[in-house]
Ligand binder design. Structure first.
Ligand code: ADP
Ligand code: MG
Length: 265
């Protein structure tokens, strides 16, 4: 297959020291890799945040990324989403990429349905948006203003807005960290069932080690600008947090982070 036959793919390539030059077709779709990062670097002034980082995310893989506050997790996500043209290195994705951020970023003067349909280039955006809202169980709030939503509802709207694009790669930047404990558990179940149904590759940034090991196929730690650690989580879901393997993994990850009591961010 020729590279130019894969218009859905995106690659951002930049020579060291030069801004990323743009978007072009590439050839990773047939490789089983949904996103591939090579030699990614990013500095802000004289502070290097990402340093020659490599990462592959398999098609349909659920990855959780943890790391201390300021370690560059959001910077990596922005690079993967193609939102940062100042990175150097290579970012390739095998198709549509969608992002949901910690703060839902809904447009306040548009109703929920219009927010989800925003920018959708399909024949009936509103119909597609309704399907996505139903999937996140928010149908009854379709005509609500964003300002009237609870935190959990706003995050569900934000998830619907990401899902409606049918992404091959779904990037989630601490989407649950502002929610109360019970709402978080509901959101975990929702994200898990959406992932099972649609099977995008997921990169979930979280400061919560328990969230990471409950949901992910693989947990990564970002430290000193690179993927410093990678642990597979080979247990069926739903997972019992007291399972001895998970207890051991939790301790291992916390030790890797150099954090004593579960505060990773
Ligand atoms: P994390 O998401 O892991 O908490 P970030 O990726 O947001 O970390 O930030 C990593 C580092 O880069 C931090 O020190 C942050 O202050 C810095 N940084 C991020 N964005 C910018 C920016 N636009 N300008 C200057 N510094 C930035
Ligand atoms: Mg962040």
């Amino acid at each position: 297959m020729k590279d130019k036959d894969l218009p859905a793919e995106k690659t951002v390539v930049a020579a060291a020291g030069q801004p990323a030059s743009g978007i072009a077709a590439s050839g990773i779709a047939a490789s089983g890799i949904a996103a591939s990062v090579r030699g990614l670097s990013r500095a802000f002034g004289d502070r290097t945040v990402l340093a020659d980082l490599d990462l592959d995310i398999a098609e349909g893989e659920f990855i959780a990324l943890i790391g201390r506050s300021g370690s560059g997790k959001s910077t990596l996500l922005r690079a993967l989403a193609g939102l940062d043209r100042e990175v150097t290195g290579e970012v390739r994705t095998a198709g549509q990429v969608a992002v949901a951020f910690q703060e839902p970023r809904l447009v306040p003067w548009k109703r929920v349905l219009a927010n989800v349909a925003l920018g959708l280039r399909v024949t009936d955006p509103q119909a597609r948006a309704r399907v996505a809202l139903a999937e996140v169980e928010l149908t009854e709030r379709a005509n609500a203003w964003p300002g009237t939503l609870s935190g959990g509802e706003a995050q569900r709207a934000s998830l619907a807005r990401a899902l409606v694009r049918e992404p091959r790669v779904l990037l989630l930047d601490e989407p649950f960290s502002a929610l109360d404990a019970l709402t978080r558990i509901t959101m975990h179940r929702l994200v898990f069932s959406l992932w099972q149904r649609h099977r995008p590759a997921v990169l979930l940034v979280t400061h919560d080690v328990d969230e990471a090991i409950a949901l992910a196929d693989r947990v990564l730690i970002l430290a000193e600008g690179r993927i410093a650690h990678s642990s597979p989580v080979d247990l069926p879901r739903p997972r019992d947090r007291d399972h001895p393997d998970l207890v051991a993994l939790r301790l291992k990850l916390l030790a890797q982070l150099g954090v004593p009591a579960g505060e990773t961010d």
